[in-house]
Design a binder for this molecule. Structure first.
Ligand code: SF4
Length: 739
């Protein structure tokens, strides 16, 4: 639908509330009285006009530090920092171009109401009046929010605090549900907390690195450079249906059949037990092994060989490789595992293998989920979505009491159970239970699985607010109200990378026009909403950080030992946990690279890790005569980021990848179907048909197609099925035809 034909009386509302100045609180007045400072765009106090500062990159979860060069207080250039333990002087193309995308003419520079520019006062009132009116008419729970892994910890903290405890929103989720929910759930169930155990030094300290459903050579190129620095002559195994860029340079490519990863992992466990290659010390720190052992009886290599497309000898050889006594084996996974209808159990099958073989808590080991977005870990801990802020539980009275006390709010404001996950919010819209939606820095009209659903559901919303850097994302185009947000480089705050390292991002440019930082937008909304005095406790992100520290006290992710942003910068980032006690212990200063579970103690009530397992589920959408191809999705190049909202704005990045949507097809299939290389073809699933260029690619097996996820059409095809434990969408497998 278009914005102009929305049958709402919004203009009336706007008129009605143009007398809003009477209702403008002093905080908002102060905010809006600062001409030219909407993005807080003056030279930050810590900088001289011509100097350098540093900032963690705002794209992927690697968390590279970039040195930003300023002239007259504004960033003019950047180079990768050489003195940071993450990237050691390297950056990928996205990082190098991080400043360029800020100057795009597509930036949202003013609030837009029904597509027309309005001032902030009008925008704030429109937000509050429409959402309040919806809540009054349909109940408190009829407004929801969807946030992101792309904003800072402080932004999440303020957003979740205001939305849940101020607006009374119960249902809010992050786009991290699309990428990391599986790993979160797997770790929580197995270890008692969402705790990726590794540090990047493990890339360099492994004897065997197994990448499963991961293509770091292009998806995490700087992590891949760390692998290339490994001096131990490691075996590099890639388990993936495609011969990806990483598989092409690995020492072993296990080209398993799509979605046969779970039986393959069980068969490896079966062989390891059968051959007596268990690590007894590690096993002593676990629960549930005897049940797992019984369960594995039916997963002999002979039983799974056909399904996995691997010979018995190949499976047995791999089992020996990953259980070699004395060898350090690390397992690394990303979306190939996470984005599956049985992702949680698959991730736990990896965890189980590490527990059985003692590959955890030691250098070069670990069941290691690599996260996606720059602050995926931050949103997991502080997003206030599936967990109460700080990794606490909504349904634990003592957690609610602790958080309420620190936030100075009445405990009754905190919901006693978590809200709905992303897909449940979408279902709620479909049923008419959710009527208002606030989307922050994400683009579901491109990225949501079986994408047409989102556009259809939008029709059922009475009011859609999109807060974004750009006014013309696929989702912003559908919004009733667009709130213009500052981006990376235009605000301060902290991010947490894949290895649990907190780092600082700095404001080095002024946001364009009237764009405000997400933090300021939320402050202004809270001020206008009313009855949210508690939000004023944190005038700046640095103030919020101090409260975040207090909330973390006593949690596995305790960061009470971090003093402030300067401490983080001087220390080269700091991994959690970092408690006051750890910092105070002068005898043993915290090393820069730390891993979890070296003491064999986990965060479960018993202190032991838990084996979880289930039999594989049937495919959600198997191939058939009409739809004979399996469609695989994934990252296309190092120069593209997710829905290309930012990367498409860089002329240099645009030159580094194909402009138009394409699929990769095995040459045998292409020749059989008479499809020439680079011919335009139609790909159809049960949900939609799209056109794309067909590239002949021997890296894709016959019967399979690969499509990069970055093009707007890709998710028109995908199938909406979900992992039952994490509720993560299964993007990686659906049935299509091509012609
Ligand atoms: S996108 Fe990721 S790998 Fe590239 S520079 Fe940024 S943090 Fe590093």
């Amino acid at each position: 639908m278009t914005i102009s034909n929305k049958p709402k009386a919004i203009s009336d509302l706007v008129k009605q509330h143009t007398q809003l100045h009477a209702r403008t609180g002093p905080f908002t007045e102060e905010l809006l009285r600062q001409p030219g400072k909407f993005g807080l765009g003056q030279v930050p106090a810590h900088l001289t006009p011509d100097s350098t500062t540093s900032s963690i990159c705002g794209y992927c979860s690697t968390g590279c530090r970039l040195k930003v060069h300023l002239k007259d207080g504004q960033a003019v250039n950047l180079t990768p920092a050489t003195n940071y333990p993450v990237n050691l002087g390297m950056a990928c193309p996205k990082g190098w171009e991080a400043l360029a995308v800020l100057d795009s003419p597509d930036r949202a520079t003013t609030p837009l109401l029904e597509g027309r520019p309005v001032d902030w006062n009008t925008a704030l009132d429109s937000f509050c009046d429409n959402f309040k009116s919806i809540q009054k008419q349909h109940g408190q729970e009829s407004v929801a929010f969807i946030s992101t892994g792309q904003i800072t910890i402080e932004d999440f903290f303020l957003l979740g605090t205001f939305a849940k405890f101020g607006m009374g929103i119960k249902h809010g989720d992050g786009n991290t549900r699309q990428c990391m929910a599986t790993a979160v759930t797997a770790y929580k169930q197995s270890f008692g907390f969402d705790a990726p155990p590794y540090t990047y030094a493990d890339f360099e300290e492994s004897d065997v690195l197994v990448f499963i459903g991961a293509n770091p050579a292009i998806a995490h190129p700087i992590m891949w450079q760390r692998v290339m620095r490994n001096q131990r002559n490691p075996e590099i195994v890639v388990i993936d249906p495609r011969r990806t860029e990483t598989a092409q340079v690995a020492s072993r490519h296990v080209d398993l059949a799509p979605k046969s990863d779970l039986p393959l992992l069980y068969a490896l466990a079966h062989c390891i037990i059968r051959d007596g290659r268990i690590d007894a010390d590690s096993l002593a720190r676990t629960e549930g092994f005897s049940e797992f052992k019984k369960f594995l009886k039916s997963y002999s290599p002979e039983a799974v060989s056909l399904k996995c497309g691997q010979t018995v000898a190949q499976i047995e050889s791999l089992a020996r490789l990953v259980s070699e006594p004395g060898k350090r084996v690390s397992w690394w996974w990303t979306m190939g595992i996470n984005q599956s209808y049985e992702g949680t159990r698959t991730a736990q099958a990896i965890i189980n293998l590490c527990l059985m073989t003692g590959n955890i808590g030691k250098p070069g080991t670990g069941p290691n989920s690599i996260t996606g977005q720059c602050n995926a870990m931050g949103t997991r801990l502080y997003g206030n979505t599936s967990s109460l802020v700080g990794g606490h539980l909504f349904n634990k009275p003592e957690h609610r009491e602790k958080v309420a006390k620190i936030l100075n709010i009445d405990e009754s404001r905190i919901p006693t159970e978590p809200g709905w996950a992303y897909d449940q919010i979408m279902d709620g819209i479909d049923r008419g239970d959710i009527k208002g939606l606030w989307i922050i820095a994400t683009n579901p009209n491109h990225s949501w699985v079986a994408q047409k659903n989102f556009a259809r559901l939008r029709e059922k919303l009475d009011f859609l607010v999109v807060q974004d850097m750009y006014h013309n994302t696929e989702t912003a185009k559908l919004a009733d109200l667009v709130l213009p947000a500052a981006g990376w480089g235009e605000k301060d705050g902290t991010l947490i990378n894949s290895e649990r390292r907190l780092g600082v991002i700095r404001q080095v440019k002024q946001a364009p026009g009237q764009a405000l930082t997400d933090y300021r937008i939320i402050q202004a909304l809270a001020d206008r909403w009313g009855d949210c005095e508690f939000v004023k406790q944190w005038p700046t992100p640095a103030d919020a950080f101090q409260t975040i520290k207090k909330i973390s006290a006593g949690q596995p992710s305790d960061i009470t030992g971090i003093r402030d942003y300067d401490h983080l910068e001087q220390a080269g980032g700091i991994q959690w946990p970092c408690s006051k006690e750890q910092i105070a212990d002068a005898e043993s200063p915290l090393p820069s690279e730390r891993r979890l579970f070296s003491d064999g103690n986990y965060y479960t009530p018993s202190g032991k890790a838990i084996f979880h397992f289930d039999h594989p589920s049937p495919l959600a959408e198997p191939t058939c005569e009409d739809y004979p191809f399996i469609l695989l999705t994934g990252r296309g190049t190092s120069s593209q980021w997710h829905t290309q909202t930012r990367t498409a704005k860089s002329a240099i990045l645009r030159k580094l990848y194909p402009q138009d949507c394409y699929i990769e097809i095995n040459p045998d299939d292409a020749n059989r179907l008479g499809i020439a290389d680079r011919q335009t073809v139609t790909i159809s699933s049960r949900r939609a048909s799209i056109e794309a260029l067909a590239y002949h690619a021997p890296t894709v097996k016959p019967g399979q197609l690969f499509i990069p996820m970055h093009y707007p059409d890709a998710n028109k095809l995908t199938h909406a099925s979900f992992d039952p434990h994490s509720r993560q969408p299964s993007y990686k497998y659906c049935a299509v035809q091509v012609g």
